[in-house]
Design a protein around this ligand. Structure first.
Ligand code: HEC
Length: 197
């Protein structure tokens, strides 16, 4: 009896209501409940896992691969839309072609035959503007604008449209040729358009 009284003394006042009915050789057991929010989250995760499991393993929940395919499809669509916006400029084909020996030769040859009369042998310009300086009339001298100008031309200003004249390879080759002279600043026709830093 006196033993039990001693034990009682060791239990904190605030914990008295937590004492369970058990008594193991005078050792008392306290019932510390988990916080309500913790139990709620625990319960929620368990109830969430059941439909989750069935949806993805037995029903038609998409697999990781299907999710990837869907995303890839979205990316391809965006790429196609971008290409359409560039008027069909295919960056991949251009990059793969213009640096090859064939691409360089075809580019130089196409330039000599179709462009040199107006842009001169070093692209320094005569009738057409100097393509080696930092000044551009159409766009910022980036591949997409150069492609657009060559393809659609500026017929009112004397630059023919080449889209229907050149083959795809001639087009990519000649763009490569123009790009290889970019910023070489070969003295020729006076600057036209805006300076692009
Ligand atoms: C009959 C003359 C003529 C021929 C041929 C010609 N161009 Fe042009 N080109 C021009 C003129 C003129 C302009 C300037 C248009 C303007 O003022 O808007 C121009 C502009 C350009 C521009 C844009 C320059 C800028 O500052 O934005 C590019 C790029 C270009 N030509 C490339 C070519 C290529 C490549 C070829 C050959 C496939 C070619 N040109 C053939 C006359 C010509």
């Amino acid at each position: 009896m006196s033993n039990e009284e001693n034990q009682e003394v060791n239990i904190l006042e605030s914990e008295k209501n937590l004492v369970l009915d058990h008594d193991y050789d005078g050792i008392k057991e306290l019932d510390h409940p988990l916080p309500f929010w913790w139990v709620m989250i625990f319960g929620l995760t368990i109830s969430f896992s059941v439909p989750y499991y069935f949806y993805y393993t037995h029903a038609d929940g998409p697999s990781i691969r299907a999710g990837l395919n869907e995303k890839m499809h979205e990316i391809k669509e965006k790429q196609a839309a971008w290409e359409a916006k560039q008027g069909g400029f295919n960056t991949e084909k251009f990059n793969a072609f213009f640096k090859t020996e064939k691409g360089k030769k075809l580019g130089a040859k196409t330039y000599r035959r179709k462009c040199m009369a107006c842009h001169a042998d070093q692209l320094q310009g005569t009738i057409g503007p100097n393509l080696t300086d930092a000044y551009w009339i159409h766009g910022k001298g980036d591949i997409a604008s150069i492609y657009k100008t060559i393809k659609e031309g500026v017929t009112a200003k004397g630059m023919p449209a080449w889209g229907a004249v050149l083959t795809e390879e001639q087009m990519y080759g000649v763009i490569g040729h123009v790009m290889s002279f970019k910023n070489k600043n070969i003295p020729g026709k006076e600057p036209q358009g805006e300076k692009i830093e």
